[in-house]
Design a protein around this ligand. Structure first.
Ligand code: PMP
Ligand code: GLN
Length: 409
């Protein structure tokens, strides 16, 4: 049998997660917290399980009503647009399924989709599965050698403008970005928005790390810019929001005329996401609505905790000669390993960063992810001197990573 649309794709996250399970003592690879979600959402989940028989049954296909209501209430305030809970929101099985439903519903055979690199690795196969053609544009460091922060990685407005054609249907951005941690500034988003309005293009904005920003960086929703609500699908994740990635509750928020097409995909594939998990996320947002902007808010507490972990990891990496790029957001840090001279001679046909990551897992027991996995094959080679570390980890995990790195240096 031949002709499968995505049969040639490698599933990097799956491959490296398997390697990590087999060899690593310390896993700073896949992005998930190794600590518990906050008490208030754990209690909300337990409460939901004991709330009566209906909490164990099907709920509304497009989103449990308490959840869409709490999301609408919360995000209307953030976006500055009155969100209709029943028309403008689709609850999905994680942000993954929101992305999948968006591509399936909105991309037709031959449509072009502009993807900003580095990108979360499922965008490319999802675009292809929908029959679309990915068109890539890399963020580039402003000047090589002195790159200190993810903010130094930028899009060239001229290069971006050159990617639009009459076939361009959508553009995908991810802010804060996985893996770089870039948080797009308003001016950068405005430049993207202007081009999308000019060419009548949709924006799929993956904002799963929206609450995680550091050192004064501010997350801005592209949907909140003038003229963008009607053409933006904003994607979020309960798993990332409340440190409960296994719950797999995600959502897409957009104008009802866009969401209705995604609903068709959703109701004919997945139907709905687990009821008690939706109830727990709803209660989490209700609570956050009340304490928003105060030190009690988890959306302040989690970034404050991660700020310390980020700095700890950065000093650690520097102490062994790696050159970290300080993330402005998210829970990953990329680092340049070119000054380190270690290699796995068995696999010279693979990219440098893939070889380095395999060596680090197998020989040192430390799992990370190669950054060229977040690039198209045509651009991966330019960026194969970086690896990604996840820092949403217990102090003990980071200390164990420190032990490995100290022994190695
Ligand atoms: N987008 C990005 C940028 C991610 O890093 C991830 C990984 N969690 C997802 C989407 C998927 O999120 P979820 O676990 O809610 O499906
Ligand atoms: N988003 C997480 C990461 O980038 C996990 C996703 C996955 O394992 N597929 O590591």
């Amino acid at each position: 049998l031949t002709g499968f649309l995505v049969s040639g794709n490698r599933l990097y996250m799956v491959e490296f997660t398997q390697l990590a399970a087999a060899y690593s003592k310390v896993n700073l690879g896949q992005g998930f917290p190794d600590f518990a979600p906050p008490k208030f959402v754990q209690e909300a989940f337990c409460h939901a399980l004991n709330e009566g028989p209906m909490m164990h049954q099907y709920t509304r296909a497009f989103g449990h009503v308490p959840l869409v209501k709490s999301l609408a209430k919360f995000f209307s305030r953030v976006i500055g647009h009155e969100i209709d809970p029943l028309e403008d929101i689709l609850v999905t099985v994680g942000a993954y399924q929101a992305l999948f439903s968006a591509f399936q519903a909105l991309i037709n055979e031959g449509d072009e989709v502009i993807i900003v690199e580095p990108f979360f690795d499922c965008y490319q196969p999802m675009v292809k599965m929908a029959g679309g053609q990915p068109v890539y544009i890399p963020l580039r460091p402003v000047s090589d050698g002195s790159v200190l922060s993810s903010g130094d990685w930028v899009l060239s407005p001229e290069e971006l403008a050159s990617k639009f054609t009459p076939r361009t249907k959508a553009l995908v951005i991810n802010t804060p970005n996985n893996p770089l941690g870039k948080v797009y500034k308003t001016e950068e988003l405005q430049m993207i928005a202007d081009l999308c309005i000019k060419h009548d293009v949709l924006v799929i904005s993956d904002e799963v790390y929206e609450w995680l920003t550091y050192d004064g960086a501010k997350h801005v929703k592209i949907a909140s810019l003038p003229g963008m609500w009607e053409r933006t699908i904003t994607i979020g994740s309960g798993g990332k929001t409340f440190s409960a990635t296994g719950w797999k509750v995600g959502w897409a928020i957009s104008s009802g005329h866009i969401i209705k097409h995604m609903k068709t995909i959703h109701q004919n594939t997945v139907y709905h996401c687990a009821t008690p998990a939706q109830e727990a996320v709803a209660r989490g947002f209700e609570r956050e609505y009340e304490v928003f902007g105060t030190p009690e808010s988890y959306f302040q507490q989690l970034p404050a905790m991660l700020h310390h972990k980020k700095n700890k990891l950065a000093s650690l990496l520097k102490s062994v000669g790696l050159k970290p790029i300080m993330p402005e957001g998210g829970y990953f840090m990329t680092a340049d390993f070119s000054s380190i001279n270690c290699d796995d001679p068995s696999s010279k046909d693979e990219a440098k960063d893939f070889r380095f990551v395999k060596w680090l897992i197998k020989e040192k027991g430390l799992a990370t992810i190669p950054v060229s996995a977040f690039y198209s094959p045509e651009h991966g080679k330019e960026f194969d001197k970086y690896i990604r570390f996840c820092f949403v980890k217990e102090e003990a995990t980071l200390d164990a990573a420190a032990e490995i790195l100290k022994k190695w240096s």
